[in-house]
Design a protein around this ligand. Structure first.
Ligand code: NAD
Length: 389
């Protein structure tokens, strides 16, 4: 059997590693980066943590800081204009998943013939070409985008959050420095942490799981399970922040080489239509979707419960699976995850959009990777269950 495994060429991890940014560029033969980041990174001064080592290394950089949460095709188009305005030789995606995904999408669009649109690359298309290499530096522990072959971009004409996949979206290198996450507020810490947990869990139960992705998924869950509450309650807990950051990157490697599944498929339409942060919409769905899927892959969900640390090594699958469901509900309570209604979503708009959201979820291909494969009716029923919390 032929298998393949993708990952960045260089993955540097550890506290203070952002100080190596200029050395990493030099190692890769790069010297003229465009830093792609968001307005908060600039206004808070956080971007200086990257710019200072670049300056010290004598590197002349440009900055594009107009990225938005849940990046849109229009922002990507302006990013490409900024990128082509100078002789840059690489992009540095610096921030959460949104700036990193923006940099990835910019390099894909810039490699395409004039007139191409981001929607030309949505799955099942393969986005394999990139105009410039991308180096990712995550500041949330989180999306794992620094290690994945995906970028997620919203089509402003259709309000669809499109999954774009291919080697063009795979960063050349990533610098993963957990010290950058000390400033992440509790709400975002919880949302991004649940996102990572969801990546690892979905990679493990996916129909596209394989022995290599399983190792990364289980390792990620062993790191995330015992530390998610700790970073939420104590943002300065360095050991917990470090474990979460490593867990997020390993979960990224896991799902990049397996896949995500039904939670992500259903989560993207909630983000696109109601602007719920990505990790939070995952969290709203995770207990209901896991309950729906449990018996279709009970041994794998039970293994996840053991890796997260809520079931004993020798505990039977039935009992371990039940404990996983209890844990996911407990996490949502303790991390104050609101129901869609409590978040402020209008009930009539939610109900009215259910057929569209179900169609968009199915269209993304992710539900087909789920252990239990739903039809549109089943997806709408799950959205209704998630509404009740
Ligand atoms: P984000 O990048 O949108 O950032 C959320 C907020 O946190 C922003 O206001 C940002 O300024 C702030 N922030 C970031 N770092 C901070 C720090 N160190 N201190 C304080 N505040 C900080 O959020 P995210 O959850 O990291 O990324 C979500 C995006 O990633 C979504 O668009 C989602 O679809 C995408 N995503 C991509 C992949 C992939 O493989 N490409 C995987 C999962 C999610």
């Amino acid at each position: 059997m032929i298998t393949s495994f993708v990952s960045p060429r260089l993955l540097m991890m550890g506290g203070g590693s952002i100080g190596q940014a200029a050395a990493v560029l030099a190692q890769l033969g790069l010297s003229r980066p465009l830093v792609v980041t968001d307005p908060w990174m600039v206004s808070s001064g956080t971007v200086e943590k990257l710019l200072a080592p670049l300056k010290a290394g004598g590197i002349a950089y440009g900055i594009f800081s107009d990225t938005v949460p849940d990046p849109t095709d229009t922002v990507i188009a302006s990013g490409v204009t900024a990128m082509q305005a100078s002789d840059y030789d690489c992009l540095i995606g610096f921030g959460g998943g949104s700036p990193m995904d923006t940099a990835k999408a910019m390099t894909i669009l810039a490699a395409a013939p004039a007139g191409a649109k981001m929607r030309d690359f949505k799955v099942p298309a393969q986005a394999n070409k990139a105009a410039l290499p991308v180096i990712c530096i995550p500041t949330t522990a989180g999306t794992g985008s620094e290690a994945t072959r995906f970028t997620v971009i919203t089509d402003t004409e259709t309000d669809e959050k499109m999954l774009i996949a291919g080697l063009g979206a795979l960063p050349l290198a990533a610098i993963v420095d957990y010290e950058l996450t000390f400033s992440v507020p509790p709400r975002t810490t919880a949302d991004t942490g649940i996102d990572s947990l969801t990546h690892a869990l979905e990679a493990l139960v996916s129909r596209r799981a394989n022995p290599e992705s399983d190792e990364y998924a289980l390792r990620a869950m062993r790191l995330i399970g015992p530390n998610l509450r700790a970073v939420y309650q104590d943002p300065k807990n360095a050991a917990a922040r470090e474990a979460m950051m490593k867990g997020a990157t390993l979960a990224g490697l896991a799902f990049s080489n397996s896949s995500v599944a039904l939670v992500h498929g259903m989560s993207r339409p909630i983000g696109a239509h109601f602007h719920v942060p990505h990790g939070l919409s995952n969290a709203m769905l995770l207990p209901a979707v896991t309950a729906y899927s449990l018996n279709a892959a009970l041994p794998r969900y039970a293994e996840a419960a053991r890796a997260i640390g809520v079931a004993g090594r020798d505990e039977g699958d039935q009992s371990a699976g039940a404990k996983l469901l209890e844990e996911l509900s407990a996490l949502n309570r303790e991390l104050a995850v609101p129901t869609p209604a409590a978040y402020g979503i209008d009930a009539a708009k939610w109900d009215g959009l259910l057929p569209t959201m179900a169609a968009q979820a199915l269209g993304s291909g992710s539900p087909a990777n789920n252990p239990a494969v739903p039809d549109a009716e089943a997806i709408m029923a799950l959205y209704r269950r998630a509404w009740q919390g």
